[in-house]
Design a protein around this ligand. Sequence first.
Ligand code: SAH
Length: 236
Amino acid sequence: MNIIATIRSPYKQKFAIPRQPNLVKEAHGEIVFEKEFSDPNCLREIEQFSHLWLIFIFHASAEKGWSPTVQPPRLGGKESIGVFATRSTFRPNPIGLSVVENLGWKKKGTSLLLQVGGLDLLDGTPIIDIKPYLPYADALPQAKAGFAELAPSSDYEIEFSAEAERSLAELKSQYPELKNFITSVLKQDPRPAWRKKEFDDKRYGMSLYDFNIKWHVHEKQIHVISITSDSTPNVS
Ligand code: SAH
């Protein structure tokens, strides 16, 4: 099999990536096709489809192998479930499957670029196939999904410090959705399952685009402390 493309995603590390696509709609990215597949003919009429399946390689964890059972975060990380009964990244073949929103394609120089939304892929993820999402075949409203029946819910309130608000204001023209994006990511509560059960005064850091975002949890509030960037020196 060949890698057909690589994704450019705002998620620069695995920590804080949502557990499935479409949980964070503001997560927009760009599929950059390999030279051999940079032919717009490959995408002819793709605009007829609002959503696409991406089939990709869990390249950042592939070398860690797999085991017959995994402990899904949805079950508090304590119960063991068969690997094929989960969407775990640790599988015999490290292949991921995500439905994303089709936001259109363009040719830039010799590169062919396809914009997608609602991503759950790490920056640099190799893509091995793209297929249209077919509601009549792929959306089954009567389907049962046991412990993962509903999207994970969260009742956290997300608050931004005055310093974080200042950074957002400076970045507003270039990243108009940054505040909503950070809010949606944090609403998912990216902490490991075991942390959620105990008193937690840890300061967390996460990378979105090239920003380092610091936050901490206080009861039902997540407080964004700061948003800093290495490449934008005037952002505090
Ligand atoms: N929707 C996919 C992925 C589900 S697991 C599927 O069902 O197959 C989602 C997790 O995959 C995210 O939390 C993120 O940490 C991880 N992930 C995303 N891209 C990855 C990559 N390239 N390598 C390893 N892990 C990745």
